[in-house]
Every structure is written in C-alpha cells, then in structure tokens.
Write a protein that binds this ligand. Structure first.
Ligand code: ZN
Length: 502
C-alpha cells in the first residue's frame, strides 16, 4: 500500500477510536455530575455494548495489520508511527482477554464507581467491599492474560501509570522523603511558631466558594469557552480529546472553604495542560500528556507552587476578603498564607498540607503493594488503613468514609498504581519550578496577575508536546537533567522555614 493510502486509513482509524472515546467521555462526565442514581445498571449495559464494539474493532486483524504497518514504516511521519505504537501497546494489554470477560469487566467498572459514591456518602464499606473484590479480580485477570507473573503485578501497574517506574525506584524515592521530611515536620511543630488555623473551619457558603472558583478560573486563564465547571463527589478533570473541551469538577465543604479553592487550583493545572496541547493532536492518542506523573506535576504545580505561594495571596487576598469580610478583614495576608500552609496532618489527602501530603501517598502505596502480593485482603483494608493513618499521620479517620473510602481511585475510576504519581509529580513539579526560575521571575508574574507567562513556559516545555515524549525526555528537555528529588526537598525546607521561623 502506498504511504498516502496507508496514512489515510490510519487517520480514519484514529477518528473512529476518538469517536468511541468521546461517547464514553460524555457518559462518564454525565454519570459523575448529573445522571440519576437509578440509571446505573442501564448505563453499565450500554457501556458494555460500546466496549464490545470497540473491542471487536481493535482486534480486527485488518486493523491490527494497519497499526503494525504504520508503526514499522520508516517513510511515515514519526508522530504517526508513535501514535500507532501507542495504540498497539494499549491493545496488547487486553488482546488475550476473551471478549466476554472484557466486556463484563467494563460493565463492572461502570457500576463499581457509582457504588463507591454511594458507600462513601453513607459510610458503608461493607456495601463497597464485594465490588472492590470484583474490581481487583478484573484487574488481576487482565494482568494474567497479559502474561504478567504474579510477583510482578504491582510493578506492571506502576509502570502502566508512569513508564519506567517500579517499586524499587519508588521505595528509594519514599525513603528519601521519609528521611528528610519527618525531621523537618518535627522541627517545625516542636520549635516553630504556633499557628491557629481555626479560621479555615469557619462557615463559608457554597455560593461564595463558587464565586471564588470562577474568579480563580479567570486568574489561571482557564478558558471557559472550552470548558465547564461542575460539582461531583470527588474532584476530577476530564477532556474530550481536544483542547476545545476540557472540563473539571469541584466539591464544596461549607466548613472548610479553602479546600474547594485548592482543589480547583489542582484541577485547573490539569485543565490548562489539556487546553494547551497541540491542537493537531486532537482526536489522536497523543493528545494529553505522556504519563500520570507528568499530569500530576502540572496539577500540583498550579495548586502548590502557585496557589499556596505568598505572592499569589498578596495579589488575590483582597478578593478573598471581599468574599468573606467578617472572617478575614482582621487577618493579614502573611498570616492567612501561614494558616493556609500550616502543617496539620489530617486523615484526608485532599486537605493535606504540602509536608504531610506524601505520607498519604506512602500509606496507599504500601496498602496497594500488600493487596497485589496477596498479603492484604479487601476485608482487612479499613483496619489497616486506620493503623497506617495513625502511624504516618498521627491521626485516625473518624469513619471509613474519611478513611479507606475517601478516594475515588479504588472505586473503578482510576485504578491501582496511580497514587505514587501524585508524590512523584509533585517532585517533578519542583524541578520544573527550579528550571522556570532560571528564565522567569515567577513571583513577579504572579504579582502582576500574569499567570499567562507561567502558562506559556509550561506550554512550550511540556503541554504542547502532548504524549510525544516520554516523562524522562520531558524532564531532560525542560530542566536540563534527569529527575532529581533535591529540588522538591529544598523547596519544602525553604518554604517551611519561612512559615515557622521567620
Ligand atoms: Zn490530579
């Protein structure tokens, strides 16, 4: 086949897959934001039918040949070849699963995510447990059909989320974090100033929080003409496969008003990443980023390195005071910034300060590893969660809703092996920040209310490249060196010294 014909067929293939993903994107967005509870089973059936169609299309020998051809032809553009290779890589993960079992696992996942919501809202782990078991079985079944040895299950899941990572590398990373951050936390809490954070728990109506989130969307240059903001049980960002439709959700706690603001900053980091992708990648599997770690580096950058910085609040505190005058008019901006950043280990990951955050991740990482080495059963999880929460955070969750049920991931939406990328991404983010500082006055840009300057840097070095580079290559090209955890540790030491000792 001529090069031109082959490419035409390949681009038709990309469009076909994109259209199927688009339908699922809309269904999942609707399920998490608006669909009535009773729609759960019908939706799962429909998603099963769609999955069966897509599976048949992907496994059609003609289409598999097409992908092989494109990925091997040297006279074809590099990006097309890379795209074809990525389709094949994903297909190989499910290729040997009998179609019926595959479709069943898709239906299960659709249901599990809604059961998790219900269980979290009603604090009912026994309701969720059998579904979690089912989900785990489906994940293990897929690994089995991929010919992965049982002792490698967890490492393969880690690599699926962040190419090149395994438990050995994560152990090293987490050991460094423990060795550096535990003494730092102790020093701040025992010798540093006392910070009264009661104002964070004062009543802040949902309407006012929504007003602030809209304001932050403007500040961050999130394009609302190419986006939507809604409410869901767990905040998330989702994109249709084009920079022109990137949506995110927030959840609001009326007794913790900064929670929604920081979560919105996090999600907007993801959203701006997607909105700044090369438009030419729309409708292909290169759209988005290369990995979960790079994705989380962008959300954590916006959340922490911008949203929790003093410069940011020096610029936007007056707006916050306008929205909450009774609460904040007598509090100075530096004091507010200290309160926002105070070290306060809590049971809730999304409310964690920057220092205790990685310990939430270590807790989940250790539990997942135990699950996949068959040392931990679904039944034991709530109790082990409580034990580890006490061990790493010094806090016991009040109930399972605030403990083992708090995150969306094990409820089928994200899956296993993802959590460590939050900590890794945060550390990547600090390295990006250090590189950016060599070229850009970050605080000045923030104070000038010109986050577009920061967005432009991120676009040029990271976002625009979408999935065309590996995480390692992005780090190398953007920062001039391979991943180096020192930037993260140094950033935290400097910041917390300012908060507790100056
Ligand atoms: Zn995220």
């Amino acid at each position: 086949m001529s090069n031109t014909n082959l490419l035409q067929e390949f681009h038709a293939y990309q469009r076909k897959i994109a259209s199927k993903r688009y339908v699922n994107f809309l269904i999942n967005w609707d399920a998490a934001t608006e669909a009535p509870k009773k729609s759960m089973l019908y939706r799962a059936q429909m998603q099963g039918e769609l999955a069966a169609d897509q599976f048949a299309y992907q496994m059609d020998p003609k289409n598999l040949d097409l992908l092989e051809n494109v990925s091997n032809r040297s006279d074809i553009d590099e990006l097309d070849r890379l795209s074809a290779k990525k389709y094949l890589k994903e297909i190989n993960k499910i290729r040997n699963i009998p179609q019926k079992e595959y479709v069943q696992s898709v239906q299960n996942r659709s249901i599990i995510s809604r059961v998790w919501e219900e269980a979290k809202q009603t604090n009912d782990y026994p309701l969720f447990a059998p579904y979690l078991d089912k989900f785990l079985n489906d994940v293990k079944m897929a690994l089995y059909y991929r010919d992965v040895k049982q002792q490698d299950y967890f490492d393969v899941l880690l690599d699926d989320n962040e190419e090149g990572m395994d438990s050995k590398k994560y152990d090293l990373f987490f050991d460094t974090i423990k060795a550096e951050l535990v003494p730092l936390m102790k020093k701040c809490l025992l010798q540093g100033r006392e910070i009264d954070d009661s104002l964070l728990y004062a009543y802040g109506s949902k309407a006012k929080q929504e007003e602030m989130v809209r304001y932050l969307a403007d500040v961050c240059y999130y394009d609302l003409k190419a986006g939507v903001i809604k409410t869901s049980v767990h905040p998330f960002t989702s994109s249709a496969g084009t920079p022109d439709d990137v949506r995110f959700t927030v959840r609001y706690h009326e007794n913790y008003f900064t929670g929604s603001l920081m979560a919105a900053m996090h999600e907007m980091g993801h959203a701006i990443h997607a909105q700044q992708c090369d438009p030419a990648s729309a409708g292909t599997n290169l759209f988005g980023g290369p990995s979960a770690g790079i994705a989380e580096s962008q959300s954590r950058f916006n959340e922490n390195y911008i949203g929790r910085s003093l410069a940011f609040w020096q610029t936007h505190y007056s707006k916050l005071q306008q929205v909450y005058p009774e609460l904040l008019n007598n509090v100075g901006v530096t004091d507010f910034w200290r309160v926002l950043n105070r070290i306060k280990p809590t049971a809730n990951r999304l409310e964690a300060d920057e220092l205790s955050y990685p310990f939430h991740i270590i807790l989940r990482y250790e539990l997942e590893r135990g699950i996949f080495s068959n040392q931990i059963s679904v039944k034991e999880l709530p109790e082990l969660w409580r034990q580890k929460s006490l061990e790493y955070l010094g806090v016991m969750p009040n109930n399972d809703s605030e403990g083992v049920l708090q995150d969306v991931h094990w409820g089928g939406n994200v899956g296993f092996g993802y959590f460590p990328t939050y900590a890794l991404g945060t550390a990547y983010g600090a390295q990006f920040r250090a590189a950016m500082l060599r070229e850009l006055e970050i605080d000045q840009a923030i104070r000038d209310n010109r986050l577009d300057r920061i967005n432009s840097w991120l676009k040029e070095k990271i976002h625009f490249h979408c999935g065309s580079k590996t995480p390692e290559q992005i780090l190398l090209d953007a920062t001039g060196e391979a991943f180096n955890v020192r930037y993260y540790i140094d950033y935290l030491k400097e910041k917390y010294d300012m908060i507790y000792f100056h």
